[in-house]
Design a binder for this molecule. Structure first.
Ligand SMILES: [Zn+2]
Ligand SMILES: [Zn+2]
Length: 255
């Protein structure tokens, strides 16, 4: 029960920090704080974490049985002996390269798209919209990215730091802010960069798949970050049910 209180506290912390930021530097000033679908996204924020933690722990344990022997203990000890910051940056790189291809796959596989489209369904972007994700989407993403991290020997501290960084950054890149970040926008994912991934504009379809490192899209030919333009509209062409349970069931519904 304690954990749910913690999650409620984190929700209020984000609300207290992000709401003034979005008011002061709004990309879309007309957008309401309590926009359509905010209640569903609050439930995603509060509940998904527990499903994701439980589901990914089980899946990672199963996968590790097959994976642990792939990397030698000497190599693992070498990785773990590196300074914390170096490990952290390496972990971001490993997760993002694998995550990039997993994310591209979710946009081409019909079943994975049904799961992933829950995340793409908000028609208005703000920090809370980033919480709308089907737990299976995140469980699969963690399984394919964290198992290699474990196998390579990264320490618990690196995982912990990555989880905190990833959670904050995931919400920030959805926020309704107009910052541009100069050349940094090609190095670290920003709201401007990730908003294009959610856009319905034809020229931005299947672009900007990286989670943290936009230059991966540049390397693999899927980058879209025009200088003086912003997305016209967000969302998906399929209808998405508005409620939390309906969204959880959506990938398994018959139509
Ligand atoms: Zn996507
Ligand atoms: Zn997103």
């Amino acid at each position: 029960m304690q954990e749910i209180y913690k999650q409620v506290f984190v929700l209020f912390m984000f609300f207290a920090i992000m709401t003034p930021l979005e008011r002061l530097f709004a990309l879309r000033r007309e957008q309401k704080i309590f926009r359509a679908g905010w209640r569903t996204d609050v439930v995603h924020f509060l509940v998904d974490r527990f499903l994701i933690d439980a589901g990914s722990a089980v899946l990672i344990l199963i996968l590790m049985v097959f994976w642990h022997w792939i990397v030698s203990p000497d190599f693992q000890a070498g990785v773990a002996a590196q300074p914390f910051l170096l490990q952290f940056f390496e972990a971001v790189l490993v997760v993002d390269i694998i995550g990039y291809f997993y994310h591209r796959w979710t946009h081409t596989s019909p079943f994975l798209w049904k799961i992933h489209s829950v995340h793409h369904s908000p028609t208005q972007m703000d920090w809370l919209a980033g919480a709308r994700i089907h737990p299976l989407d995140q469980i699969f993403h963690r399984a394919v990215t964290f198992v290699p991290l474990y196998a390579l020997g990264f320490t618990k501290e690196t995982f912990g730091a990555y989880l905190v960084f990833g959670a904050i950054q995931a919400l920030f890149i959805h926020s309704n802010v107009r910052f541009r970040f100069g050349f940094l926008r090609w190095i670290v994912a920003t709201p401007e960069y990730h908003h294009w991934h959610h856009s319905r504009d034809p020229e931005a379809q299947n672009k900007n798949f990286a989670g943290q490192l936009p230059f991966l899209d540049w390397i693999f030919g899927t980058a879209y970050l025009p200088k003086n333009k912003r997305p016209q509209a967000y969302g998906i062409s399929e209808p998405m049910p508005p409620g939390y349970w309906a969204q959880l069931k959506y990938p398994f519904a018959n139509k």
